[in-house]
Ligand binder design. Structure first.
Ligand code: SF4
Length: 346
């Protein structure tokens, strides 16, 4: 028996958990290959046109797995925090896939996750596994415990400041984790990179923005590197939080970045047709003046070109770097000392 795991949506948050779970249950898994034009085209073919890009991408990954796996994991993500929910597209995902991808109806494996924390290892979410996969309740409990341990290890590495792509290479290919860049250099540019994990870590969707920023020498901080407490403290000023947990996390991270002196600017990567993002993007953009930090939105759709992204990112980083140099120069001038001499023109 083989279970297919689409390399899309919450693959970028829960894959270490899923992988360990099936491994301990003795069930082989197959992950779809990274998003490509072919996968995107399949997703567009089978999805309703008005749906957001990440759901189209997920649909394309399911289509790519349909002939290769006996079951395909399409979880129904309802909640991971009390009184907050996932975006409705996550809740309806198994139904959307069932009715749009030919052959998917009989293959969908769909645990229903209604948790009160990010931890999703409660056996009650997985009762379907006992009937469909033929595992015993005892085996399932043991596998979930192991999966939880692996996932906690993964989250710890995130919170140490590693980007997910590096952590996955470390866990999967045993590659060494790169050293975390510290902000000791006063000219080091630090960007708060905001976006759902499935947007910023899917190299096709984000046009590999992380690699581009790293090549420009930028230190990157993303929401999943932050402590939950820090995130939610940052949006305590709101009279009412949003309905959607991951949107709250992004918003909280955004205000955390605004309030954190070591972050020089924010880039928000958002997908075309994302309802929650149209709200949080606007809120953060409107407040950027008040916090005196540059904020840039990169909106991706099925047709966004890479050249345009690179130019905008380079210009944004360059602007921040120049500002830092100028401020530093002024500071040093005040102290009667300039690293550029008294005529530093930057
Ligand atoms: S949060 Fe936005 S991008 Fe994510 S599934 Fe919902 S609409 Fe799509």
């Amino acid at each position: 028996m083989k279970v297919g795991i689409p390399k899309a949506l919450l693959y970028y948050y829960y894959y270490p958990f899923w992988k360990k779970l099936f491994e301990v249950l003795g069930i082989e898994t197959i992950v779809s290959s990274s998003t490509s034009k072919e996968i995107m085209d399949k997703g567009i073919e089978f999805s309703v046109p008005e749906i957001c890009v990440p759901i189209k991408v997920f649909t394309g990954h399911v289509a790519a797995l349909i002939e290769k796996a006996d079951y395909i994991l399409v979880p129904r993500m309802v909640s991971i925090l009390k009184d907050e929910y996932f975006c409705p597209k996550f809740m309806g995902l198994p139904d959307m896939i069932r009715y749009t991808v030919p052959g998917a109806a009989e293959k969908i494996l769909s645990p229903s996750i209604r948790s009160e924390s990010d931890s999703i290892s409660d056996p009650k979410h997985y009762s379907e596994f006992v009937d469909v996969l033929g595992v015993s309740a005892k085996e399932l409990r043991r596998a979930l415990k192991e999966a939880e341990k692996e996932w906690q290890r993964f989250r710890m590495l995130s919170k140490q400041g590693h980007v997910l792509s590096d952590i996955y290479r470390f866990l999967e290919e045993k590659e060494e984790l790169p050293e975390i860049t510290k902000e000791e250099d006063p000219f080091q540019v630090t960007i708060g990179l905001l976006g759902y994990v499935y947007n910023i870590y899917d190299e096709f969707v984000s046009m590999n923005i992380i690699k581009k920023l790293k090549e420009l020498g930028v230190r990157i901080i993303t929401f999943e590197m932050l402590d939950e407490g820090e995130i939610f403290r940052s949006i305590r000023f709101m009279r009412k939080r949003l309905f959607w947990t991951f949107s709250n996390k992004l918003l909280g991270a955004g205000y955390f970045f605004y309030n954190n002196p070591s972050v020089d600017g924010l880039i928000h990567v958002t997908a075309f047709n994302c309802g929650p993002d149209s709200l949080i993007g606007k809120m953060l953009e409107l407040d950027s003046g008040q916090y005196e930090k540059p904020f840039m939105t990169i909106r991706v759709d099925e047709h966004t070109g890479e050249g345009h992204l690179l130019t905008r990112v380079e210009a944004f980083v360059d602007m921040i770097r120049r500002k830092k140099i100028k401020m530093r120069g002024a500071l040093n001038h005040e102290n009667n000392f300039s690293i550029y001499g008294n005529n530093a023109g930057l």
